[in-house]
Design a protein around this ligand. Structure first.
Ligand code: 5GP
Length: 328
């Protein structure tokens, strides 16, 4: 095992239906052909959203959704992820309501007994859906948060960034109801929307690609962002595969490192992009010549940005400190 594999890691940005491994897809009954489509490497930010359909077709029953959730948690645990915030978009299927969908994922997490990993759930609103549809989903989330307050932690906004919009009022409602917010922001250039999202001040930002002027943002946006210092969930391989970053060297994490701005490393969709969190740490370390201690610090800082409660944060910090004494 390499250093990055052994390092206890914190994963804050993983979409359930993008995180299915080949063996999980096989267990769910997918054909070789559809598995190939799921991991199609010749993709970009416009095409990639079709690839999730493979997983959506495979997780459309209670049993399969339960199995998929369990397998994904198991994969992260094997990669020494000790704290995982899994996110997924509630959807209704033939024999499954949106509430059933959420409760199935919650049950799978609760039944995953392991002292190795703590798992929390973030629920996603799909920006391609209408205001009314997103509001209905949010109301289900708020309701179920009362039932599972130690598990359902936040709300995310995701889906094709070329479609739909950010409804600030919905996220204000989420926040007023005790939910944390993590919002995909600036994956493609859209200065007005980025400004709206920054004005809202989410707890975390997904990707944050087009914030710095070298990466398509305006001076005004970058100034504002530097002032707010909202932690960014960086998904290097995802951005390189989707062509929103030119290369690992030219990834916007470079600006975050240079200016000591807060970020965590994440896989986004480890199945679709064929990656692991260890790989993301390895690539970052090699690309920017980081030391073992630098990488440990990234893991350590991610705890602060997580949606865990203070007691849990203390516990995870302690685990990392102990590991450091023995390994660095
Ligand atoms: P699910 O929410 O169904 O568990 O996971 C797949 C969904 O996550 C996709 O259909 C899409 O809405 C969202 N998603 C996954 N990766 C990305 C990404 O890189 N950017 C955005 N905006 N959405 C994503």
């Amino acid at each position: 095992e390499t250093f990055c594999q052994k390092l206890p890691k914190i994963e804050l940005h993983a979409h359930l239906n993008g995180s299915l491994s080949k063996s999980t897809l096989k267990q769910l009954g997918c054909s070789e052909e559809s598995i190939k489509n799921y991991q199609e490497t010749l993709t970009d930010i416009k095409q990639v959203f079709n690839q999730f359909q493979v997983a959506h077709n495979a997780t459309n029953t209670l049993e399969n959704l339960n199995l998929a959730t369990k397998c994904v948690i198991e994969d992260f645990a094997k990669d020494n992820v000790i704290y995982l915030e899994l996110r997924t978009t509630p959807r209704s299927e033939k024999d499954l309501s949106e509430r059933d969908y959420i409760e199935t994922v919650v049950e799978a997490i609760r039944n995953y007994e392991s002292s190795k990993i703590i798992v929390k759930l973030i629920l996603s609103l799909d920006r391609r859906r209408s205001w009314k549809e997103q509001l209905d989903t949010l109301d289900n989330i708020i309701d179920l948060k009362q039932k599972y307050p130690d598990l359902i932690k936040g709300v995310d906004l995701s889906g094709d960034p070329g479609k739909g919009e950010f409804f600030k009022k919905l996220f204000e409602k989420a926040r007023d109801n005790g939910l944390k917010t993590a919002i995909h922001c600036g994956e493609i250039k859209n200065d007005n929307e980025v400004m709206d999202i920054l004005d809202f001040k989410p707890d975390r930002i997904g990707h944050g690609t087009c914030l710095h002027p070298d990466y398509g943002g305006s001076e005004e946006i970058w100034q504002k962002y530097q002032h707010l210092k909202i932690p960014i969930e960086c998904c290097l391989t995802s951005n390189v595969v989707c062509l929103t970053s030119k290369s690992y060297e030219e990834h916007h994490v470079k600006e975050l490192l240079k200016n000591s701005l807060p970020f965590s490393l994440a896989t986004d969709d480890k199945g679709v992009f064929n990656t692991t969190l260890s790989k993301e740490f390895t690539v970052l370390g090699q690309t920017f010549s980081l030391s073992k201690n630098d990488l440990w610090n990234i893991s350590r800082n991610s705890i602060d940005y997580s949606f865990a409660d203070e007691e849990e944060k203390g516990f995870i910090r302690f685990a990392l400190e102990q590991w450091k004494i023995r390994n660095i």
